[in-house]
Design a protein around this ligand. Structure first.
Ligand code: 5BU
Length: 266
């Protein structure tokens, strides 16, 4: 069973080079916390990345709501990622035809493929979404340094994803010529996929409060790791709105990691 294996043993099973890197980073840094840095000012994102950097394996962005985006912001974010040893994920949720996602990934103001180690994509368009994203990287080995998390479930209440969609998403993640480009799956349940070389990323994590006003549904760190099979827990407002963000990051890190240690020990 996937959830019983350690991150270091699963690194050897990963087909994606970025997934392998992330599994190893998590094991050596002892963290399975992803920070959702959902702030609208570049300096505020850099500040929180610096404060929480020592506690996270991954920093997740939504660059399209950063009001003062610049190349300098990306340069600084990349240097923080290097200094504190975490990867960058742009949660772009690509969902168009191959040619369009290729342009959205590689071009425009954000040039996402030039800096984001990982991106997210919907499986709604089918396999061509992977082919399109890969095409933005050009020929050669560039895709080895980049990876995609495919969405198989969402934490929003009333979302339209059903069992058939989940099953087909899982097939796209595990079968076919582009599986070396898939680092993991964004989902809410361990039953969504079985392959241990993929990472399960689960958003909707908070110590208290079970919902927000706009349909977000939360689970505790222990619940997502032990009952829902998450490998990485995504925390945004649970940390961002704390009076001491550094301390909150430490708390989430400790609780997510302890839950993982418990899971593999049982
Ligand atoms: P929160 O502040 O912890 O609720 O932020 C959660 C983040 O995860 C936010 O950036 C969302 O865009 C993201 N997310 C999510 O909440 N639920 C999902 O199913 C997916 C992404 Br996919």
């Amino acid at each position: 069973q996937r959830t019983k294996l350690t991150y270091e043993s699963r690194a050897n099973l990963a087909k994606s080079a970025v997934a392998k890197r992330l599994f190893n980073l998590m094991a050596s840094k002892q963290t399975n916390l992803c920070l959702a840095a959902d702030l609208t000012k570049a300096d505020d994102i850099l500040d929180i990345a610096d404060k929480c950097g020592p506690h996270i394996c991954l920093l997740k962005t939504h660059v399209d709501f950063v009001e003062d985006f610049s190349e300098g912001f990306i340069t600084n974010l990349k240097s923080l990622a290097k200094r504190h040893n975490f990867l960058l994920m742009e949660d772009r949720k690509f969902a168009d035809i191959g040619n369009t996602v290729s342009l959205q990934y590689g071009k425009g103001i954000y040039k996402i493929s030039s800096w984001a180690d990982l991106v997210t994509a919907h499986t709604l368009p089918g396999r061509s979404v992977l082919q399109g994203l890969k095409a933005a990287l050009g020929p050669g080995d560039a895709s080895k340094e980049r990876g995609v998390f495919l969405l198989a479930e969402m934490s929003a209440s009333g979302n339209l994803i059903d069992d058939k969609y989940k099953e087909n998403s899982n097939k796209i993640a595990t079968e076919g010529a582009d599986v070396d480009f898939v680092a993991g799956v964004v989902c809410q349940s361990s039953k969504t996929f079985a392959f241990p070389g993929l990472l399960q990323l689960t958003p909707g994590v908070k110590i208290d409060e079970s919902v927000d006003k706009l349909g977000q549904q939360y689970q505790t760190p222990e619940h997502v790791i032990q009952e829902r099979g998450a490998d990485i827990g995504v925390v945004g407002r649970g940390i961002l709105q704390a009076s001491n963000v550094e301390q909150a990051a430490q708390t989430y890190r400790d609780r997510l990691w302890a839950a993982y240690k418990d899971r593999v020990a049982k």
